[in-house]
Design a protein around this ligand. Sequence first.
Ligand SMILES: *Cc1c(COP(=O)(O)O)cnc(C)c1O
Length: 377
Amino acid sequence: MDEQFHFDTLAIHAGQDPDPSTGAIMTPVYMTSTFVQSAPAEHKGYEYSRSGNPTRTALETLIASLEGGRYGLAFASGLAAIDSVLRMFNPGDHIIVGNDVYGGTYRLFMRVFARYGLQFSWVDLTNLEAVQAAFTPQTKLLWLETPTNPLMTLADIQALCEGVPPGVLVAVDNTFASPALQQPLRFGAHIVMHSSTKYLGGHSDVVGGVLALNDEQVYNELKFLQNAVGGVPGPMDCFLVIRGIKTLGIRMERHSQNALKIARFLEDHQAVKQVLYPGLESHPQHDLARRQMHDYGGMISIILQDDEAARRMVSRTKLFALAESLGGVESLIEHPYSMTHASTAASPIAVDKALVRLSVGIENVDDLIADLRQALA
Ligand SMILES: *Cc1c(COP(=O)(O)O)cnc(C)c1O
């Protein structure tokens, strides 16, 4: 869609032209596994829904547009999207990964792909010299999250992209920021990935994943893998993500407003040892956040006194539901050590037991603060 349009317009219109045959304003949900052919191998662009489905095409066009990329691909989950990226590589290839990532990403890399001979190095991406030192002639990919899950650490996408040797791809898991707040392709990243389960869907009613990119050759490889491996989303799931994305811009505005107020409240609270939120002046990478992000998003991590204090707090909130996941309109709270990041226990990237992660929703912020106040009392 026309590049001149702004983000909020693209979110509502890109890939979503009214249906030419009926005029339906909303993207039809093409609940079909196959498509009739007029003669063998003569069809209207669709033959079988693993290979392609018009509702999925709408989502893929939309996500490409929002990330400022030429191509989009949709998957059954965020992990299915990451899985296809990793399948581009061969035994012996080396991948550099930020040392703070989503637990499921860690599990996929170390418990699945390491068995097929991929080599991984876990590196502190805030240390550009350490990143430089980690490259080997076998390095094919740099995988990063920013902000990271759960420590809210930022990686300088542009500086990292400028430092990779030719031929090494940079992939950014943009789940926490969403394209409303950060567009990694514009900083030189080759592949952007999202768990669309989170902010893109935005309503905790669908599991999905997407990729966006510019390079035609990489796109063709990933498109081949999407069909050859088959981790594709159904048309109803694609519809739900498209519908969620329509309000992404205003949701991220409210998530960010609420989270900043809550982060300030928590920073002043005596039971809280540390607040990790890129919008706070106290965040070690606040300046980078200001350059790289349009706003700071809805995710906050805090460090309490100890494991017991953390477990106590997450069990006492009433509005903040104790649950995994994030990015929905409703507020969630969790204990990464025993929940989302349990798969990293005893690993080099294990998380602090006193850590609590908040996904701040778009409810009234005073109600949210009152809930946190009583839980910490
Ligand atoms: C949830 C999440 C994933 C995995 O996505 P699924 O949709 O759950 O498969 C990957 N990265 C981040 C940062 C996530 O929060």
